[in-house]
Design a binder for this molecule. Structure first.
Ligand code: C5P
Length: 220
């Protein structure tokens, strides 16, 4: 573990999409690449933190020098985060599926010739960010959520910060025309208890470095 302002600190980072099975070979997923969460884990590591990196099936490899916990589903991600506590800070960059399929099939679903389509029943997944941010005992000192929005980014993100009881929200505009989701750059608004800061459009690595510095400053 390196030296630096986060030496001796434990930070949990969630990243990537989740996969919610339909049957043994099919799943529901989303377009998160895991790029921003991965960059953040690397930046926190570079400032000396011990990082537990809880990642869904991402398109980019995890960084070295962090403890990688690979998961598939939201429930597995929740369990991995809970098991990794306590932590000084927790950053929730994962794009967690809102629902899982309750009646997922244990064997591969097949067309039966009747022309009928399968019916999937959904149930809500646990909100990992809200769960950790609401902890009465052992809550990390700093809990950071992300908000991927397509309209009214700041207003929605402020509301999300209040609803989920997290300390900060990193909001970004994922309208397809921005190229942010799956791209190498990000334009974020950092929302803290002291208001909103609009950051310029920057490479995701640079957004990660600046966020890691702010996290380090908030933990002193
Ligand atoms: O409500 P929404 O999904 O937009 O909130 C996004 C934030 O909440 C992200 O930080 C995401 O990682 C986190 N989240 C979570 N568990 C969920 C859903 C979202 O940790 N089930």
């Amino acid at each position: 573990l390196g030296d630096g302002p986060l030496k001796g600190r434990h930070v949990i980072v969630t990243s990537g999409p989740t996969h919610e099975p339909i049957d043994p070979v099919r799943y529901i997923a989303n377009r998160s690449s895991g790029a921003q969460g991965t960059a953040l884990a690397r930046a926190l590591r570079d400032l000396g933190a011990r990082v537990t990196f809880v990642t869904g099936p991402a398109a980019v490899p995890p960084p070295g020098g962090v403890e990688v916990v690979a998961v598939q589903t939201a429930v597995e991600m929740r369990d991995a985060v809970t098991a990794a506590l306590p932590a000084d800070a927790a950053v929730f960059a994962a794009a967690v599926a809102d629902w899982h399929v309750v009646n997922a099939s244990g064997s591969k679903m097949k067309k039966d010739g009747s022309g009928k389509s399968p019916e999937l029943d959904f149930a809500e997944n646990p909100d990992i960010l809200a769960t950790v941010a609401s902890m009465k005992k052992g809550r990390p000192k700093l809990v950071v959520g992300f908000a991927a929005e397509t309209d009214d980014v700041q207003a929605h993100a402020e509301a999300k910060r209040a609803r989920k009881k997290c300390d900060w929200i990193v909001a970004n505009d994922v309208t397809p025309a921005t190229g942010i989701m799956g791209g190498t750059e990000n334009a974020v608004t950092l929302i803290t208890g002291n208001g909103a800061e609009e950051w310029p459009r920057l490479p995701k690595d640079e957004v990660a470095r600046r966020l890691a510095v702010r996290i380090a400053e908030s933990l002193v």
